[in-house]
Design a protein around this ligand. Sequence first.
Ligand code: TYM
Length: 315
Amino acid sequence: MAEGKKRVFSGVQPSGALHIGNYFGALKQWVEMSQEDDCIFCVVDYHALTTVKDPAALRQNILDTTKTLLAIGIDPSNSIIFKQSDVSEHTELAWMLETLVTVKFLELAHAYKDKVAKGLEANAGLFNYPMLMAADILLYDTDIVPVGADQRQHVEYAREAANKFNLAYGQTLKEPQEKIRDEVAVVPGTDGQKMSKSYKNTIPLFGSEEDTLKAIMSIVTDSSGERPAHVYAIHKLFKSEEELAPLYEANKGSYKILKEALAADINAYLAPMRAKYAALTDDDVKKALAQGAAKAKAIASKKMEEVRQNIGVSL
Ligand code: TYM
């Protein structure tokens, strides 16, 4: 790692089309940080396996998600971008961490708790999810993890896992810090709840202009106020409050006009990234991932040698 630079690590699941919540909550920060820090970005395909069971869909999601990262401006020549399944050390370290934390501790994790609360059966992969994520982060001596607010608990779990490991085996794993931007910690969706694939309230990053318009027209509005709150909350991501004031003043109560203005602003903002996305081929993606995997593997395998030594399995 270059001297004086912070090590940044973050990940995204290839479990469906990325949306503007992913972009403003996390990915935009990744691009900014990649210009300053020592950044590693991971397409966490083994995490996605907890929900995606269709091989063709998973393969396509991995290609699309990686293309997204390249199109928004992550540059494989100054950041490492790779997929989790290419570096087997992630699942290896996850196992070791799982032997250190209790079932009770993992039962408190939000994703697992929510599933159980809905009366659904969680697979053991979902239950262990936080330790695979901890392994992702801890393998790379990560200082900072830029994420949206929904990942705060997971980074706390990674810290806790590092701490438990270090207490048991001596100082080996660095405790990371999350970085969450207040203004975009929870980007709202078309219904005002957190934007999320599972709530079906997303605005896609790389859909067509018609897809954007369709999603925007579905934003839930109520007639009680002069300013449609959910429309405005999303509009603020794309334009400053000063820029928006005259538009909303002139079109009080005209929700259709405001929605069309929002869709036009989103499409204008995303146009250059969409053009870049369209120009990328699957081969570009595969090349970037292969390059990234080699670099990530070199760091992770060195760390695992130290880990294996310290836990007593290297003879
Ligand atoms: P994932 O794939 O669900 O989301 C990727 C990133 O997008 C952020 N995000 C949001 N931020 C603000 N508002 C929203 N509505 C919104 N929706 C999504 C997420 O917070 C996240 O930063 N468990 C992780 C993936 C992961 C990971 C890691 C992250 C695996 N290993 C190691 C960091 C470090 C996840 O499911 O993110």
